[in-house]
Design a protein around this ligand. Structure first.
Ligand SMILES: Cc1cc2nc3c(=O)[nH]c(=O)nc-3n(C[C@H](O)[C@H](O)[C@H](O)COP(=O)(O)OP(=O)(O)OC[C@H]3O[C@@H](n4cnc5c(N)ncnc54)[C@H](O)[C@@H]3O)c2cc1C
Length: 280
């Protein structure tokens, strides 16, 4: 087994291209658990820790470009906590301070678990994922990037370099249900984004399907039945029906963390709660 520690993105891409079975390592908070439990035996490792290009942040007009290897801590309460309230709330729920100091959004995307806490946020924000290889860069919608349970569209020689999303002026929030209040993987989660300028609400669910679910039908129903150009309070009838519809769009399973019935119920409650917060 070889461990590579490239100092630049071109160097990392060259190594990834020459070692297609190598594992990329960012914070290592998923990979080291896999190795320790012997669920995965690495052939080669490419550490991304010293690749500065993956730690950069840019804002061009209303669009943010977030380096894939920036740790959660920076979104929770650090330099980039201001760019997305929902991302900040999601980052705050990940693991412990130690995990948030090491773990990255690039790693959450790389693992692509349906319970990954940043993924519903990236879905509701319609984020664009930047993937680089020695052949160049391509940009994929988050909706095309996430393919299924721990499956994504990254090719073996590609590195996720950045995540792009637009600034939103309205409310955005993330909520998660787990068996404890901290250090817990989601049983169900939801992110709601209200974009008054474009008169729409986006809602994405985590841990209730093989991958993140965008509730397009519920979103369309809400925009047909509510004025989304403001955040004026809406009736209980609307929030109840929205919750019912979001629940109906979930496709959960029963597993060691929870039952399908409870998960379906929980995402309805989360959807209702977030919608009420948005429309105060
Ligand atoms: C105690 C503990 C608690 C946890 N709690 C939570 C939680 O509450 N919520 C949650 O969502 N997760 C949680 N996790 C899981 C983990 O912290 C996250 O998934 C984290 O985002 C992984 O990021 P990382 O940088 O550590 O990834 P790594 O372990 O370095 O990598 C994970 C995967 O992504 C790939 N990868 C990493 N970076 C890139 C890149 N730039 N381009 C392409 N592929 C890449 C790797 O090859 C690997 O397949 C927890 C883990 C632990 C150990």
């Amino acid at each position: 087994m070889s461990i590579f520690s490239p100092r630049s993105l071109p160097e990392a891409l060259e190594i990834a291209n020459n070692h297609p079975t190598a594992r990329l390592l960012a914070g290592g908070t998923d990979t080291m658990v896999e190795i320790n439990f012997r669920h995965y035996e690495p052939t080669d490792i490419i550490s991304l820790r010293h690749v500065r290009e993956l730690q950069t942040f840019e804002q061009t007009g209303e669009v943010y470009r977030v380096g894939s290897a920036i740790p959660y801590r920076e979104f929770e309460n650090g330099s980039y906590a201001h760019i997305s309230q929902a991302l900040s709330e999601a980052a705050r729920t990940v693991g412990s301070p130690q995990i948030r100091a090491a773990g990255t959004i690039g790693g959450n995307l790389g693992t692509c678990s349906p319970a990954g806490d940043t993924l519903p946020v990236l879905s509701a924000l319609d984020a664009q994922i930047e993937l680089a290889s020695v052949n160049g860069t391509r940009v994929l919608s988050i909706h095309d990037f996430m393919l299924g349970v721990k499956r994504n569209a990254r090719a073996s020689n590609e590195i996720i370099t950045a995540i792009n999303f637009s600034k939103i002026d309205g409310y955005q929030g993330y909520a998660k249900v787990g068996v404890r209040n901290a250090m817990v993987i989601s049983i169900a989660s939801a992110c709601l984004v209200h974009d008054p300028k474009n008169q729409r609400v986006a809602i994405a669910l985590g841990a209730v399907g093989p991958t993140i679910i965008r509730c397009r039908e519920s979103e369309a129903w809400l925009s047909d039945n509510t004025d989304l150009s403001t955040n004026s309070p809406i009736s209980a009838d609307i929030t109840n029906e929205f919750a019912r519809r979001v629940s109906a769009e979930a496709r959960p399973i029963t597993d060691h963390r929870s039952t399908a019935e409870y998960r379906k119920h929980a995402v309805g409650v989360l959807a209702q709660r977030l919608l009420k917060r948005a429309m105060q």
